[in-house]
Design a protein around this ligand. Structure first.
Ligand SMILES: [Zn+2]
Ligand SMILES: [Zn+2]
Length: 250
């Protein structure tokens, strides 16, 4: 109950404060209208990346052609058809995501979704993929309770609302598997572990839908691979991934 109240306050607190104080830009501190990032700082955000793998969205360190597929995807094709990534996980983007995720920065949701909508309109719409479901990457219930929210869910809900796409917040479930730190495991073990960790809920009508899976940061892609695997096992036609950022190197 208290936790719910705290979350509600956190969610609406920004609006209440706006009524009293004008918003200041996250980066430069100047008044920023009804956004948390002023237009000048928004235009300066580092959204440029090197050419990325056509499937998993991993950036290449080398100049590559537009049909570049990384060696990981050549060896193991993920269960999702393609991942779209907005930015490299560093600098200003990393600061934003960090505040959003670890410092209760739900007031940044609008601005982060604005970045995702930009990718959707600029890169996904022209491909006519027929997306008809938006699903967030789930979080362990215990972790969600501690944080008060699942950041992927917050992004996915607003994105789906702005794009008028059907939203399935509970399509996937993260179950506890007692996994050690994912980064300490070999690739094969990581994938096997991840597959055990994500399940679909039977009630969700995902059959024959083309799903857009939303995450904040893609690291190895194993999580999205496992989620896509579960969604396809539940009858989803195809799964695409949209994430805010991915590190250049792990
Ligand atoms: Zn600014
Ligand atoms: Zn790849």
């Amino acid at each position: 109950m208290l936790r719910h109240l705290a979350l509600t306050l956190r969610r609406w607190g920004g609006w209440l404060l706006d009524a009293v104080y004008p918003r200041d830009c996250f980066f430069c501190g100047r008044p920023s209208g009804d956004s948390q990032i002023c237009q000048a700082c928004y235009e300066r955000l580092s959204l440029a990346r090197n050419p990325a793998c056509l499937i998993c969205g991993a950036e290449s360190a080398m100049p590559e052609g537009p049909d570049f597929v990384c060696s990981d995807c050549l060896h193991h094709r993920p269960a999702f058809a393609r991942a779209f990534v907005a930015a490299r996980y560093e600098g200003d983007i990393r600061d934003l995501i960090h505040a959003f995720k670890y410092h209760g920065g739900l007031w940044l949701t609008d601005d982060l979704v604005r970045i995702l909508v930009g990718v959707y309109i600029g890169r996904i719409v022209p491909l006519r993929l027929g997306i008809d479901a938006v699903v967030p990457v789930p979080m362990l219930l215990r972790k969600r309770r501690k944080r008060g929210y699942n950041q992927a869910e917050e992004l996915a809900r607003l994105l789906a609302a702005q794009l008028h796409l059907p939203y399935f917040p509970k399509a996937l479930k993260r179950v506890h598997t007692g996994v050690l730190s994912q980064t300490r495991l070999a690739r094969g073990e990581r994938l096997a572990n991840a597959k055990r960790a994500y399940r679909t809920r039977r009630a969700e009508p995902l059959r024959d839908r083309t799903v857009l899976l939303i995450d904040d940061v893609l690291t190895t892609g194993a999580t999205c691979d496992a989620c896509a695997h579960a969604l396809r096992a539940a009858g989803a036609k195809r799964v695409y991934v949209l994430a805010l950022a991915r590190p250049l190197f792990l």
